[in-house]
Write a protein that binds this ligand. Sequence first.
Ligand code: MN
Length: 193
Amino acid sequence: MKYQSYIETPIKFDKKTGLGNCQTLALERRYSDMKSMYLDEETRKKKEEQENIVVYRFYDLGVPQKDSELSFGTSIVYPGKVGKEYHMTNGHFHTILNTAEIYYCQAGYGMMMMENPEGEVLYKEMRPGEVIYVPGRFAHRSINLSSTETLITFFTFRSDAGHDYGTIREKGFRKIVVDNNGNWEIKDNPRWK
Ligand code: MN
């Protein structure tokens, strides 16, 4: 029997980089991939023209998208800000809406921002060694609250959950997180539809 990489356990996750030894890059987002995601679109555009650096990356192990499987891997959000807003992921609902997800913070300091279609909002800080449970029905976005450290989280979710990025791209999240003299602050998103 030919074993696939993800069941050749144990998979070693490097404590510094957060990367598993047989992961592959699944997704990479630069400023140019985040149009209208930040409140200060003008600054985002400027940053796209000037440097267009990578804001975040996902690595996974190519687990088949079946309801019997669990996808897992690493999410990495690099430090920085666009205007007053911290670097973050675009965020998504799961296509099968009522499917949960686990995030385990390996390094850095961040926040998980969550909201469901009924308008309930949850937000949780993340520090190394802490686990965040994202309940089913909740869209989720990782935000890097550190100005210097990379936010590294390990995630796992039901493999067939799927990703609905479009809803957030159109509507945004109800709340945004901005820097206020070195502290984070939650604000209503004036662009939320
Ligand atoms: Mn997810």
